[in-house]
Write a protein that binds this ligand. Structure first.
Ligand SMILES: CCCCC[C@H]1O[C@@H](O)C[C@@H]1SC[C@H](NC(=O)CC[C@H](N)C(=O)O)C(=O)NCC(=O)O
Length: 221
């Protein structure tokens, strides 16, 4: 079968969680990077962007947009979505929470420089007071290796992605969360994830001014 194809800017943004999930599932994918307004307008003209937005993923003969819809499709397709509806809804809750946390980091790149420091401090505080305590408690209460049903799922992939992103802002953010520290080591050692964490993988670096400039140029804002 043809490899899934991802259309997005040359950076993390909303597409990075999709890259993580495909990589965790051991699925190779191709990427088209949007660097010019023309590329974006062509996708629109060709009717490939349902609401005129990216991420866009071509998979199984479909042109998919809407990040959460794509992630849900992939989680189900690669059996990373729980054994029944009760597990699936838990995975959705946890994934939505980590998406909310990562969206703060994603948007921070577009804030004016003078607000950056304050913004980062707020994100780290949110991670330490709202999100990480929840996942530390889940791991403590369940005493299992994974967040849901003691089986590797999309929720585990996204929590690791979020932990690493917050650590890029503050390296000692897990100092009060021993179970999350162990979780990070465990999940990072899953072969498909370990490979994705190696240099040279399709994982993207933190947003920089070049990335912001490309997005602003393509989307003209
Ligand atoms: C101020 C922050 C702007 C961020 C802009 C983009 O850069 C990324 O880091 C985040 C977004 S992604 C690009 C943006 N896509 C979305 O907002 C998709 C939202 C959708 N609900 C999804 O989850 O996929 C885009 O195509 N916009 C065109 C436009 O709506 O006309």
């Amino acid at each position: 079968a043809a490899k899934p194809k991802l259309w997005y800017f040359p950076g993390r943004g909303r597409m990075e969680s999709i890259r993580w999930l495909l990589a965790a599932a051991g699925v190779e994918f191709e990427e088209e990077f949007l660097e010019t307004r023309e590329q974006y307008e062509k996708l629109q003209k060709d009717g490939r962007l349902l609401f005129g937005q990216v991420p866009l993923v071509e998979i199984d003969g479909m042109m998919l947009t809407q990040t959460r819809a794509i992630l849900s499709y992939l989680a189900a397709k690669y059996n990373l979505y729980g054994k029944d509806l009760k597990e699936t809804v838990r995975i959705n809750m946890y994934a939505d929470g980590t998406q909310d946390l990562m969206a703060m980091i994603m948007m921070a790149a577009f804030k004016p420089p003078k607000e950056k420091e304050e913004n980062i401090a707020l994100i780290v505080t949110k991670a330490k007071t709202r999100y990480f305590p929840v996942f530390e408690k889940i791991l403590k209460d369940h005493g299992e290796d994974f967040l849901v049903g003691n089986k590797f799922s999309w929720a585990d992939v996204q929590l690791l992605e979020a932990i690493l992103m917050v650590e890029e802002l503050n390296a000692s953010v897990l100092s009060d969360f021993p179970l999350l520290k162990a979780f990070k080591a465990r999940i990072s050692n899953i072969p498909t994830i370990k490979k994705f964490l190696q240099p040279g993988s399709q994982r993207k670096p933190p947003a920089d001014s070049r990335y912001v400039d490309v997005v602003r140029r393509v989307l003209q804002f």
